[in-house]
Write a protein that binds this ligand. Structure first.
Ligand code: PEP
Length: 249
């Protein structure tokens, strides 16, 4: 079912005490009923965060996971481990994972499968680099990322996917895609999903936008018919800014 979602990706920020302090601030706020709010703390703080927000309208999600069930993968975390600490949703394919940790489309296809096999939802990130956009190749790049990483799923499986369009040139740069640029890609992606599956599947998938979303620009971005919320980096580290974005629908 298509939902408005605002998800905060805390990246490698906030130790345990800072995680709890930020959660305390968020817990004091009223979460509007028309928005699903998610936060993604670091692995070390997931269990604490899950317990801390228990019973509140805030879902704790993971920033990544390994594709294998278990084994000799030093430093990695499996889907089963995430599930065991209460995590049901994982962000996959963030551009930083793609750029620094070799999360290729093929690896991401495996990670998506593993998440679904473990009854998890995935927030699947994709988006073009600045060079792609300068060449006018953003649609092709996005199509290839989706086709190679995601569209092997069948219709039933796809219901567990949330999409997040994140143009790499807009992440952490202060540079935001214009509302029109975001809407253009989101509408294109929804059409792609309709032709891969059906109009109903396309209508029901939530497509988030990510890239320097702030309190000052969230409203005009979320106002687009095919933008169903945001994946928020920097602004998610400040409770007031994050909540202003949550309240921007
Ligand atoms: C992100 O990392 O997903 C992101 C969108 O970051 P920022 O909001 O800081 O651009």
């Amino acid at each position: 079912m298509r939902r408005n979602i605002v998800a905060g990706n805390w990246k490698m920020n906030n130790n345990l005490l800072q995680t709890e302090a930020l959660l305390q601030e968020l817990k004091m706020q009223v979460i509007p009923e028309n928005v699903t709010v998610m936060v993604a703390p670091a692995y070390t703080n997931l269990y604490h965060a899950f317990e801390s927000v228990r019973g509140q309208a805030i879902e704790v999600v993971a920033q990544n996971m390994h594709q294998s069930k278990n084994g000799a993968y030093t430093g990695e975390v499996s889907a089963e481990m995430l599930k065991s600490v209460g995590i049901d949703t994982v962000i996959l394919g963030h551009s930083e994972r793609r750029a620094y940790f070799n999360d290729t489309n093929a690896v991401l296809a495996e990670k998506v499968n593993t998440a679904l096999e473990n009854d998890m939802q995935a927030i699947f990130c994709f988006g073009e680099e600045l060079e792609d956009r300068k060449q006018g190749e953003q649609f092709e790049v996005v199509k290839a990322q989706l086709e190679q990483g995601l569209l092997h799923l069948n219709e039933e499986q796809f219901k567990n996917i949330i999409l997040a369009y994140e143009p790499v040139w807009a992440i952490g740069t202060g540079e935001t895609a214009s509302p029109e640029q975001a809407q253009d890609i989101h509408a294109y992606v929804r059409k792609l999903i309709a032709s891969a599956y059906s109009d109903t599947v396309a209508e029901n998938v939530s497509i988030l936008y990510g890239g320097s979303v702030k309190p000052g620009n969230a409203k005009e971005i979320f106002a687009n018919p095919d933008v169903d919320g945001g994946l928020i980096g920097g602004a998610a580290l400040n409770a007031n800014d994050f909540m202003a974005i949550v309240n921007a629908f």
